[in-house]
Design a protein around this ligand. Structure first.
Ligand SMILES: *Cc1c(COP(=O)(O)O)cnc(C)c1O
Length: 371
């Protein structure tokens, strides 16, 4: 059996999820109207994620980021935003500037088809660089609506924030009347049940979610403080809607996946197996004489073929991607499916056993000695 580490939507398909989906399906697959299951998942998310007092469901992480951006602009009455180089917030036009994920992997400069006007208000800074953010605030006084970021980057490889980075961003946004948006589409319910914000103890104003909360079905969500969320129709004037949003099947898969994640020991287990995996691969690479760095937080991990440390996208780009490609293909031949890009993080899930981890390390030792 192939072992994979690219389970964005949480590949651990527990039987409860499948059984619950079959039951829900009998009642209909989509109603184009709100359903009770939305309230159930909404309450689970609100009680889990510190910043979220109200939540809106959409169909993908992309949609969540587009919605949250309009909301931040509507609430502050400002248009400029800061995003970080190598961070990915879906394919909405305003975010396709120095984006991560496939944009980084394919080396696309800035995506064609995006009118200049839609990215004009998108300012960028290197990740982990507080001085750059301060200088953007100084040169755009009273004009910045929000900063959006991945609290741990997964879309230009695995890049954790420096110890004071998130705190400084929180302080700067507050001082300047801008909103702080954590894009937790990847980190939500992955770093801890309350996401990266719970893990680091930093509470943003708004949060986007996706991936895990759909348990493998298409879902996105955004939420935050009540006074901000009430800007949206029907409570307020900002319009956003979706025929398939809050789809009963996606809600069901999300509810049962979160139930499984809430069981005691989940995140300790993920931390343990992921730590073993990363250490094992790092040791193997050193033995084989490769330049190497890597790390993990709970079930999220990554390696770069460079000495490191890697604090931002420019650092990540010093990685030997030809070597990564040989490693990736070698691992695939050994039955291990890693994320197929140097600029993507990897994930463990509850389906991975200690035995899987040991087999993966053995495969890495073999492959690394040959490349
Ligand atoms: C995957 C991802 C998105 C986009 O979500 P989709 O469901 O693919 O549209 C946005 N932000 C982050 C951080 C992501 O990892």
């Amino acid at each position: 059996m192939m072992m994979h580490y690219v389970n964005h939507g949480f590949a651990y398909i527990c039987m409860q999820v499948l059984a619950a989906l079959a039951e829900t399906m009998k009642k209909g697959t989509s109603f184009g109207a709100p359903c009770l299951l939305e309230n159930v998942l909404a309450e689970m998310i609100i009680s889990a994620v510190p910043s979220i007092e109200m939540v809106r469901f959409v169909n993908s992480g992309t949609e969540a980021c587009m919605g949250v951006l309009s909301l931040a602009r509507a609430f502050t009455g400002r248009e400029k935003i800061i995003k970080f180089e190598g961070c990915y917030h879906g394919h909405g036009d305003p975010f396709l500037v120095k984006a991560g994920s496939g944009v980084a992997t394919l080396g696309l400069p800035d995506s064609p088809g995006v009118p200049k006007a839609t990215t004009f208000e998108t300012l960028t800074a290197p990740y982990n660089d507080i001085a750059a953010v301060e200088s953007l605030f100084n040169s755009n006084k009273g004009e910045l609506a929000a900063i959006i970021l991945e609290p741990v980057v997964g879309n230009s490889g695995f890049i954790p924030p420096k110890s004071d980075f998130l705190e400084a961003i929180r302080r700067l946004t507050k001082e300047n009347g801008a909103l702080l948006i954590f894009d937790e589409v990847m980190t939500g319910f992955r770093l801890s049940y309350g996401g990266a914000q719970e893990y680091f103890g930093i509470t943003p104003d708004l949060t986007t979610l996706g991936k895990i909360i759909g348990g493998g079905l298409p879902v996105g969500a955004y939420g935050g403080r009540r006074e901000i969320m009430e800007m949206m129709a029907p409570a307020g004037p900002m319009y956003q809607a979706g025929t398939l949003s809050g789809n009963p099947l996606a809600m069901t898969a999300g509810i049962h996946t979160l139930k499984r994640l809430k069981e005691p020991g989940t995140y300790e287990y993920l931390d343990k197996i992921t730590g073993e995996l990363v250490q094992g691969v790092l040791d193997a690479r050193k033995k084989a004489g490769h330049a190497i760095c890597g790390g993990h937080i709970r079930g999220m991990f990554g390696f770069f073929f460079t000495e490191g440390p890697v604090h931002n996208f420019d650092d990540a780009k010093t990685s030997d991607t030809a070597k990564f490609a040989s490693f990736y293909r070698g691992m695939l031949e050994e039955g291990v499916y890693l994320a197929p890009s140097q600029f993507e993080a990897g994930f463990t899930s509850l389906a991975h056993s200690s035995e899987d981890i040991q087999k993966t390390i053995a495969a890495a030792e073999k492959v690394l000695s040959k490349i």
